[in-house]
Structure formats: C-alpha cells, structure tokens
Design a protein around this ligand. Sequence first.
Ligand SMILES: *Cc1c(COP(=O)(O)O)cnc(C)c1O
Length: 391
Amino acid sequence: MTSNHIETQAIRTQIERTDFLEHSNPLYLTSSFVFEDAEDMRASFAEEKQRNIYSRFTNPNTSEFVSKICKMEGAEDGYAFATGMSAVFSTFAALLNSGDHIVSSRSIFGSTNSLFTKFLPKWNIETSYFKVDEVDKIASLIQPNTKVLYAESPTNPAVDILDLELLGNIAKKHNLIFIVDNCFATPYLQNPIQFGADLVIHSATKLIDGQGRVLGGVTVGRADLIREIYLFSRNTGPALSPFNAWILSKSLETLVVRVERHCENALKVAEFLETHPQVQLVKYPFLPSHPQYETAKKQMKLGGNVVSFEIKGGVDAGRKFLNSIKLCSLSANLGDTRTIVTHPASTTHSKLSVEDRLETSITDGLIRVSVGLENVQDIIADLQQALTNER
Ligand SMILES: *Cc1c(COP(=O)(O)O)cnc(C)c1O
C-alpha cells in the first residue's frame, strides 16, 4: 500500500526484508556484494540489472534513505553523500564544465560560498551574486554561459526568505538548472520541486539527524541530472556510509513530530524575544513582522527552528550574551535536540569585512538561535537571564 502522507512515507518506505523477517531494518555493513556467476556479474556491471555491486555505488541502507527523501520531496531520484558539503560539491562538479557560470543568492552557507569563490574558479567556473532583497536583478546577472541558479531559503544565519516560485520561473524562462539547498526547511516544511527546483540538496547533519550524531548529505531531483551526479560520485567516492544512512533513515521516521515541536518552540522563543527591551529586531519566518512573512506562509508549512535576533550593543553585547548562556550550547551545529546559540559576527563570519557581512544581513549584534526540544520555558528562561546579565 502506498501513501502520499509524508509521515507514512517516512516510516513505511523500507528495503526488502531478509529471510529473518526482521521488523526494523538491519544495518548492511558490507563493502561489496557477491554475484551468482559470470553472467550475473557481467549483466550487473553492464547495468542490465539494478542491484548492489559495491557500497561506493549503492548499498541497501543508503538506498532506503535516498528513496525516503525522494518520496518526501517529490523527486524522481537521488544520491546520498558523506556530508552536506560533499553533496553540494559533487552536484556542481558533476553538472558544470569549465567556462560555465552560476548565479547565486549572496546568503548561502559559508563553505558553499568558499566553494564558489575559492575553488570553482580553479576550474574556470565563476559566480555572480544577488542579495536577498535584489531578486529583480537576477535576470541582469544571467549570461549566455549561465547554467545554474542557486539559493537557500530560509537563509543562514539571518533567516531571510527567498520566493522559490519566483526563482523557479526565472530559471525556467532562462533554461537554467535551479538548485535549492533546503536544509533549514527539511523535506517536511518545504518542497522546492513544487516551485520549479530541478534539484534539492540537504545537509542531513542538521534536522534530518536531529540529534547531533552523524554527518550526511543528499541530492534529489530530476532523474537525468541525478544520473550525471551518480556517475561522478560512483567514480570519485563521496558516498554516505551505510551506518550513517541507517541512523538517518531511522531519524526520518520521527522527522515530522520532531520538526513540529521544534517549530512550536521556535515561535514561542521568537515571540518572547520580540517583547524584550534588550532586543532590537527578531527574525522568524512565521512572525508577522518578518519582511517576507507572506512568502514564508506561501511556501512553508511552519517557520522552522532557527530564530535570529539583533542584540542592542553590537559585537561586545553579542560576546557577553554568549558568555552568560547557561543551559543552551555554544556550538557550530544546528537542528539538534539541544538549543544552540551562536554570534556569527565574532565567530563563523568574523573573517568577512563589515561590508561583506552586511551584504548577507550579518549585523554586529546578530544572534542565531537553533531552537531545540528542551521544555520551551527553560529555553526562554536561559535566554532571558543571559539578556539581563549581559551588561
Ligand atoms: C550545514 C550546512 C551545509 C553543509 O553540511 P555538512 O553536513 O556540514 O557538510 C550546507 N548547507 C547548509 C544550509 C547547512 O546548514
């Protein structure tokens, strides 16, 4: 029996049972698979049969994880990677040629930005950027050699929203491959393929694992593009380990209930912050005060688990706030059961010039909160005491 309900898809998509008739899926820690005979081996390598050969190509655990994400995102096919960044890199490396050009949102994950500015230029691939409030300029950035339109929404760490339908229409009109990093939204809150995305990338390290245990990544979307990505990856080796795939496939079974609570807590945290005198500005997609609230409501089921706010007093106030935190963690991860606070201007984005930081909406007093699953009253109490003690 198949279902279109995402909870059922996440739980009931399973690889075939073995003869032991296990209920929960076993872990297939094997590097390779055996063949019946010479003909079986020949036909398998000729891809006349769909079967597992070697775990760098496919493995039952990674296949199960990929097929769940495909169903949840409405994608034709996919490939799972060791990390989110190997998904991003392998997707671009597989699809682009020397001389190609990318048009990308300015507000993208730090390592993706490094890939575009430091590494892809080594292969003569250049990127032009638009700011989140400059989508009307995208058409003017497109060149004859532009191949990809790239975006993330909600953005990290400022939690801005880009209109995916609008971007999808631009990509279609100019015949570009539209790629969306959907990490902050998860396959539950937002499905970019509905709005015209050709490929969707996730860092499974974040809310998909949701418990801060393993790294993983996945790219899903158009079968013809995934075929290129698969062939590249099968030969270059960024595959997700079966162990991590097993963890991540189990994690997906609880994604919907976890994310719903994350979002409920995040909205309460955002509402609390809006009332605090030390806080200048709060950004959360489902707060009516968010500049792209209407777009967020159109394309997302709930607002996600990340809230950002501007503390009065700039860099010093931000550092003091972090030093006063007691319950929440200071950590580089996000999307964990444990609430995590970061101050991008003095940490992750401290190497950028003030101008470059402002281009991506990272002001000196910006604090990012990845709201976890602790009791929300405890999360709010910790933020409150840190805001009061920070002077
Ligand atoms: C974390 C993250 C990545 C990279 O994922 P890793 O699993 O850490 O390699 C990519 N994009 C976004 C939006 C992220 O938050």
